[in-house]
Design a protein around this ligand. Structure first.
Ligand SMILES: *[C@@H]1O[C@H](CO)[C@@H](O)[C@H](O)[C@H]1NC(C)=O
Ligand SMILES: *[C@@H]1O[C@H](CO)[C@@H](O)[C@H](O)[C@H]1NC(C)=O
Ligand SMILES: [Cu+2]
Length: 341
């Protein structure tokens, strides 16, 4: 009797492991520190690996306009832009996207801690954050009519993806506005993660500290499609990822399975932060080109419908293997294995 039970259990777990990629247990989560608390040697090594990616040639030969390995990462954001903003995919895809950066940094010899930026510590005074240090940081606010970052490791480097759906060489650029950064403060964050459902947390994080942070930094001309061209993007999105996790942690068992929303933007809405819907908004950044559409994944992959599920398949178009939303729900689930410190 007992023996039959064990055999049944064994058979069930074998069948399961055939269907789902084997998740190794997460016994030793990698620590993700805020930039403030990162060791100086790790900061320099992290920045150097980012510079290395901006200078390395592209590898996939399929992402439109990509000349460098960094461009390929930015291109993924451009290709997915209308699927991963103002949709249910926003938080899971950006969590996966940070994981793609982690993989690429290893190609450039970096496997140290992946930082985020605890923006609550610098709210209202972003420009004096250690994040913008010219030696142990990302360089400061941009200079000149194009807001090109003029000091630090990314001065004089070029990104070839963007603006919008175009692919034109641009300097790494940003413009810091301290007054806007007030809304990345602790009370705003607490409010953003106070709702009971994924849908509420998603909207509040997206339209709150996430969006205001983008406005306060105006990375890559404040371009929603290709702001990941500025390596600073990943520090900001590490913070966004932490907000999602902090929300999940409040009721973990339930919230590890709570996912909802669309797989692609509703054309009538487009980006929620801009009025007019997709057609009107396309005046700002154009529309996906034929080359981009040719490599754009089916947004319903893994769900077969407009609504996102845990089975939704996310792709990096060949940089790292595809992953499902279920894979990234738990940052210590095995597919992912990290914690914020
Ligand atoms: C960037 O390039 C300009 C012009 O070539 C040069 O004067 C400047 O020193 C460079 N800045 C850095 C930080 O490398
Ligand atoms: C990964 O996902 C993309 C987009 O849905 C799909 O085209 C591709 O076939 C998938 N690759 C694998 C190996 O499943
Ligand atoms: Cu994004």
């Amino acid at each position: 009797m007992l023996r039959d039970f064990f055999i049944a259990l064994l058979t069930a777990s074998t069948a399961l492991s055939a269907a789902v990629p084997a998740a190794t247990a997460c016994t030793n989560p990698q620590k993700r520190p805020s930039w403030h608390d990162m060791k100086e040697a790790d900061k320099k090594a992290y920045l150097a690996a980012n510079v290395c990616l901006l200078k390395s040639p592209q590898k996939l030969n399929r992402l439109p306009g990509a000349k460098t390995r960094w461009d390929e990462l930015v291109s993924l954001h451009q290709i997915h832009a209308l699927q991963i903003h103002t949709t249910g995919q926003f938080l899971p895809y950006h969590r996966y996207y940070i994981n793609i950066l982690a993989f690429l940094l290893k190609e450039c010899g970096y496997s140290g801690p992946l930082p985020y930026w605890d923006e609550t510590r610098d709210a209202g005074k972003f420009s004096s954050s250690p994040v913008f240090d010219p030696v142990t940081g990302f360089g400061g606010t941009g200079k000149g009519s194009k807001n090109c970052v003029a000091d630090g490791p990314f001065a004089n480097l070029t990104v070839n993806i963007g603006p919008g759906f175009k692919s034109q060489p641009r300097c790494v650029n940003r413009r810091i506005t301290n007054a806007l950064s007030t809304q990345c403060g602790a009370t705003y964050v607490a409010s953003a993660i106070s709702g009971p459902t994924y849908s509420q947390a998603l909207d509040a994080i997206y339209s709150g500290p996430h969006l205001v942070g983008h406005m306060a930094l105006a990375m890559m001309d404040g371009d929603s499609i290709t702001s990941s061209g500025d390596p600073l993007f990943f520090l900001h999105h590490g913070f966004v990822d932490k907000m999602w996790w902090d929300w999940q942690k409040k009721d973990l068992n339930t919230r590890l399975k709570d996912i909802s929303g669309l797989n692609a933007q509703d054309p009538a809405v487009g980006f929620s932060e801009f009025p007019g819907g997709m057609e009107v908004e396309s005046a700002m950044w154009g529309k996906p080109t034929a080359e981009i559409l040719a490599v754009t994944p089916d947004p319903t992959s893994g769900d077969g419908d407009k609504e996102i599920t845990l089975g939704h398949v996310m792709s990096s178009l060949g940089i790292i293997p595809n992953a499902t939303v279920a894979d990234v729900m738990d940052i210590k689930g095995g597919y992912l294995c990290y914690e914020f410190v």
